[in-house]
Design a protein around this ligand. Sequence first.
Ligand SMILES: [Zn+2]
Ligand SMILES: [Zn+2]
Length: 200
Amino acid sequence: MPYQFDPQSHRYRDAETGRFVKYAQVLEVVDQEVNRLEVRLKGHARLLTQGKIHIAEFQTRMAQNLKESHLRNASIGAGGIKQLTPTDYGKVGAELKKQYKFLNGFGQDLAEGKLTKEGAIRRAGSYAKSAKTSFFEAEFTSRGKVGFYAKRLLDAQSRHCQSCISYQRLQWTLIQLVTPPGIDCECGGRCRCRLVFRKL
Ligand SMILES: [Zn+2]
Ligand SMILES: [Zn+2]
């Protein structure tokens, strides 16, 4: 993270200019992590389809990379790795547990020869977006401790799943009562639901 966290405003500052960094720029860092993760995960699937690693090794690598990216993104959400609390680690753990369960099913499908090479690579890559959820969860937890309110708005350009529509909050709502994008959602947070924060 090239930025410095300011706990008062719960925003990042550019280390050189001292200026506040736009929320969109923070999300960009998170998205970059997701993109790098996707490349790594697909890489493991490619090695698997080339017969260079076995399914168990593939799953171990997937799990390891997922864990690292979830933790990195949670750190960004919380304002730095030192800001991560047991609650944050608990939420990352729960999210990872869900992913590992999918990974288990993935391994079974692979063992039964149910997937084409391209299908396996695509499916491996699809795990990456889950790491964005850990950013939002940590951010919400952290802002919740200092009394933030939030709105969750639908992006007019995106298609929305039913859950996202029900999670929309047009009024300032105590952040603990707002659902972070990607949580319990069919779209997995790919819909670009927009968040605005405010301390009242
Ligand atoms: Zn959704
Ligand atoms: Zn959404």
